[in-house]
Write a protein that binds this ligand. Structure first.
Ligand code: SAH
Length: 357
């Protein structure tokens, strides 16, 4: 059965109208669901309506099966889906509020060498409601409400999965989560991270989305990129940069490039100069986020350059006039860090298996 969280408020209103129920009931159901309630817990609706909903939809498609709290306050949620698959989200506290890193798929098809999410390949796409439910449950955990009273202020779609490989559900999710009567999280506070599915970047721009586009670039030449990212065989770096320029010109949103440093692979201090020369052909504002490789996430044997070197690398970029910073690492002690999602589950799968199975 489908979750009603896949439906927008307007779509719920249409459903309700067909049941000859007054329109305002839709908003009661919607508010209840967004606060993490089941149909049963929404006490304002009639018994008949409840039965109709229960027979046709599920309410909450996720349940929290575990939380891990890091020394730095980062919280990792482990959620079970109704089909017993398991996904994770990571909640990080910043001065301005909470940012949540959500998953868009169970597993991933991209198979980047350093990343844990794709070790098992793609299991399935998450529906828009299943992506949204990660925010609903984290917000409830923090005792947040809706609108101005929500606790979560920022979203990064950077957990397990390749969001543009699940385009329809991810973009529906963007509409749901930015709806003024729900969480009302503006697209400017949402980052979408992709390994660079070029045709979908053009589509995202043409469909009018304005999220912060974040590209997992990790290399400035195709040969190096191909050595650890299979997707580089399909799209060249130039294809990606042209698509980013198009996105920038449509949205005027600065594009962020992620660059995970891998020892002796992409860590030359010439990169500042190379990036400067490569990017000057493109008309866009951009920023580089330099990531320290998390060695423990894959089976790759790729080595980290360490944090000290990452700072040097950033200095070199800055000297070349490139805006760049080292990405903060949060939640490492709870395996909430980059590329770690799903690993613990794969290793300890039996911990999360349903007893009834
Ligand atoms: N598929 C999307 C989003 C998921 S990965 C993408 O490719 O962007 C989110 C970010 O974490 C990407 O930049 C990815 O390259 C990075 N990442 C994955 N594994 C990592 C690891 N072991 N160490 C550091 N960064 C990693």
């Amino acid at each position: 059965m489908e979750t009603l969280l896949n439906y927008s408020l307007e779509e719920i209103e249409n459903l309700i109208a067909k049941q000859n129920e007054p329109k305002f009931r839709a908003e009661q159901i919607y508010n209840g669901l967004y606060l993490g309630k089941s149909f049963n817990e929404i006490t304002t609706i009639s018994q008949n309506l409840k039965i109709y909903l229960q027979q046709n939809f599920t309410s909450q498609p996720l349940s929290i099966i575990d939380t891990k709290i890091s020394k730095d306050g980062t919280i990792k949620f482990i959620f079970k889906l109704l089909d017993n698959n398991v996904i994770e989200s990571v909640l990080m506290k910043y001065e301005y509020g909470y940012s949540i890193c959500v998953s868009s798929q169970v597993g991933c098809n991209m198979r980047c060498k350093f990343c844990a999410s794709g070790l098992d390949g793609l299991v399935r796409n998450l529906s828009s409601g299943e992506i949204l439910a990660q925010i609903i449950l984290a917000n409830k955990f923090l005792d947040g409400k809706l609108g101005e009273k929500r606790k979560i202020t920022n979203i990064v779609i950077m957990g397990s999965g390749e969001p543009l490989d699940n385009y329809d559900n991810v973009t529906k999710f963007l509409k749901l989560v930015s709806h003024p009567k729900g969480f009302n999280i503006s697209e400017r506070n949402i980052s979408l991270s992709t390994c660079g599915l070029v045709d979908k970047i053009y589509k995202l721009a043409d469909d009018g989305f304005k999220v912060t586009l974040t590209i997992s670039l990790h290399a400035t030449n195709d040969q190096t990129r191909k050595s650890f990212m299979p997707i580089a065989r399909r799209y060249t770096i130039k294809d990606i940069l042209s698509a980013c320029e198009y996105y920038y010109l449509k949205t005027k949103r600065r594009v962020v490039f992620e660059y995970t440093l891998i020892k002796d692979v992409n860590d030359s201090l010439n990169e500042g100069n190379i990036i400067k020369n490569l990017f000057k052909r493109y008309n866009m504002s951009y920023h580089f986020n330099i990531i320290v490789l998390n060695e423990n996430s894959g089976i790759s044997g790729l080595k980290s350059t360490g944090r000290e070197f990452a700072r040097k690398f950033v200095n070199n970029l800055n000297k070349n006039g490139i805006s760049a910073t080292v990405r903060r690492t949060m939640g490492q002690d709870i395996e909430g860090a980059c590329g770690m999602l799903r690993k613990r589950f794969l290793e300890n799968e039996s911990d999360y298996r349903n007893d009834e199975e």
